[in-house]
Design a protein around this ligand. Structure first.
Ligand SMILES: Cc1ncc(COP(=O)(O)O)c(C=O)c1O
Length: 387
């Protein structure tokens, strides 16, 4: 690999000598975000309520929606909790969903609907092929009783960025409700209601806004939320009640993840200072481009063609070499201060490397050197995947 010159790291190195997390969240956070957690907060206290109000406002602004037509409802738990609450809210008990899937998170939504007892039909495109607007159009023509369409924006299991805007336009043309899982894209890939007419959008604290885990949030059209009273299957995942209580009291309905919330406010301030969504997209795109170019120089191949590669995470095929073993590769990289992610494909051996979190091109350059060194230590001199 040629050793081009890279800018020196603008971003602080991980604080306690811990490895960089090149994973899709939890991810490497900044020192300022970690430091925001060095204080305890009373969950009923006005100071904390103000933080909650501030992050709700900021998130609505990021989605390009106003307070009178949409609401932002944060919910304790990981992203899946928020997806489950959102699906239970958006789909009437006698409704029917069309689930567009091309990976693990679309499949998970269908599994949630089975738990919820909601009828659904699925368009399953396998490990990574994108659902196409024409297919969605045909399915909606053939199934006029569908009330709600679910799509994952960036399907993190392969790294594909699905054609959300085109599909959203089709769904709206049919007058259906659109639920978007933008868990791993919101904050770094533009997603505003003028471009993507969504009804419900779900994301979480520990992805592109670079907070820590602890809660997810749902941005939902007020009409949809208001119609959902009494629909939820679960007390703690009742999005309507969470919203109604927050509106009335300014507080979270049950114990809030206080430290995660204040860390998130700090992360939002840094997000704004970096230039908002555009600034973050630019840095993640540079990370991805440097990563993909460097890996290709080493002989690796990406799962996806360039036009489908998200700036969030990239899947690489594992080398077809007798000495390559993912567990050993992972350990060699961890020893060199980088944590990567296993693959999730059913068709081939693969692994994933994230481009998000507090990393820049200088860190990616260090990673590429660490990969070259790890391969040398393993005796892998050819990275071409199996045919
Ligand atoms: C697109 C997408 N949806 C849902 C989830 C589930 O989130 P969690 O693991 O926080 O429950 C993830 C997690 O990475 C994701 O990437």
């Amino acid at each position: 690999m040629s050793q081009a010159e890279f800018p020196t790291a603008r971003l602080a190195a991980p604080v306690f000598g811990e490895p960089y997390l090149l994973t899709p969240g939890p991810l490497t956070t900044s020192r300022a975000t970690k430091e925001a957690m060095l204080r305890d907060w009373g969950s009923w206290d006005a100071d904390f309520n103000q933080v909650t109000a501030e992050i709700r406002r900021e998130l609505l602004a990021m989605a390009g929606v106003s307070d009178d037509s949409y609401a932002c409802v944060p919910l304790q738990g990981s992203g899946t909790f928020a997806v489950e609450a959102a699906l239970a809210t958006a789909i009437p008990r006698d409704g029917k969903a069309l689930v567009l899937m091309n990976g693990a998170y679309g499949k998970r939504a269908a599994q949630i609907l089975d738990y919820l007892g909601r009828t659904h039909i699925d368009l399953d495109k396998g490990d990574y092929l994108p659902p196409q607007p024409e297919e969605v159009d045909q399915l909606l023509r053939d199934n006029p009783d569908v009330t709600t369409v679910f799509l994952v924006h960036c399907e993190t299991s392969s790294g594909i960025l699905n054609p959300l805007a085109e599909i959203a336009t089709t769904v709206k043309a049919h007058g259906k409700t659109l639920v978007v899982d933008a868990m791993s894209s919101f904050g770094a890939v533009p997603l505003t209601v003028d471009q993507v007419p969504f009804d419900v959008m779900v994301s979480s604290a520990n992805k592109c806004i670079e907070g820590i885990p602890g809660f997810g949030f749902v941005i939902v059209r007020r009409e949809v939320l208001e119609a959902s009273k009494g629909r939820a299957h679960s007390l703690s995942l009742d999005l309507y009640e969470q919203w109604a209580y927050m509106e009335k009291t300014g507080q979270w309905r049950f114990t809030p993840p206080t430290h995660s919330v204040v860390a998130f406010r700090a992360a939002l301030q840094q997000h704004a200072a970096e230039g908002g969504v555009a600034g973050r997209l630019a840095r993640y795109t540079r990370n991805r481009d440097r990563l993909v170019a460097g890996m290709r120089e080493l002989g690796f191949e990406t799962l996806l063609e360039d036009r489908w590669l998200s700036p969030i995470i990239t899947t690489f095929f594992s080398p077809d070499h007798p000495n390559f073993d993912f567990k050993r590769f992972y350990a060699e990289l961890k020893q060199r201060q980088f944590v990567i992610y296993p693959g999730k494909l059913t068709i081939a051996e693969s692994f994933r490397i994230g481009c998000i979190g507090q990393i820049d091109e200088a860190v990616v350059a260090q990673l590429l050197r660490a990969i070259a060194d790890s391969l040398a230590a393993m005796g892998v001199d050819r990275c071409k995947p199996a045919a």
